[in-house]
Ligand binder design. Structure first.
Ligand SMILES: [Zn+2]
Length: 139
């Protein structure tokens, strides 16, 4: 079983694609370009799926982001301290550097996960554009 096949949740999350068609990008700029890091279009450019299902939709993604950040931090600091014998202060300095590098990626993956939990894959999405737009302004 290929976890990253088209239409799987992992496919859209790992590639930051629209979960409905798995083709349209969720973000316009590459993650590590750090240009327009938090901007998201209102809807999928390929199938028209709204990326903002309701007002305040991405509050839920904040909790996913929190869990991600917590586990990544614990693992990273733990490995540095117990695996490499780095001092606690040095480990936290390294953590600040790591988080400065990863915060946009974690933000984006969390939104992609949240959207993928709420939108189902539709193999015929590209033939059927969503025309009614109930999306909110992108904030
Ligand atoms: Zn789409």
């Amino acid at each position: 079983m290929n976890l990253f096949r088209k239409g799987s949740k992992l496919c859209s999350i790992a590639q930051l694609k629209c979960p409905r068609c798995c083709e349209g990008d969720l973000f316009e700029t590459p993650t590590f370009s750090f240009r327009k890091p938090f901007y998201m279009p209102e809807q999928c450019p390929k199938c028209g799926q709204s990326y903002f299902l309701e007002p305040g939709f991405y509050y839920g993604a904040m909790f996913i982001s929190y869990i991600w950040t917590g586990w990544v931090s614990l693992l990273f600091v733990g490995i540095l301290i117990w695996g490499f014998g780095v001092s606690v202060n040095m480990a936290f300095l390294w953590l600040i550097g790591l988080m400065a590098l990863l915060f946009v990626w974690i933000f984006r993956v969390s939104r992609a996960m949240w959207l993928a939990m709420n939108v189902k894959y539709d193999p015929h999405a590209l033939g059927r554009q969503v025309t009614s737009s109930h999306s909110q302004a992108n904030k």
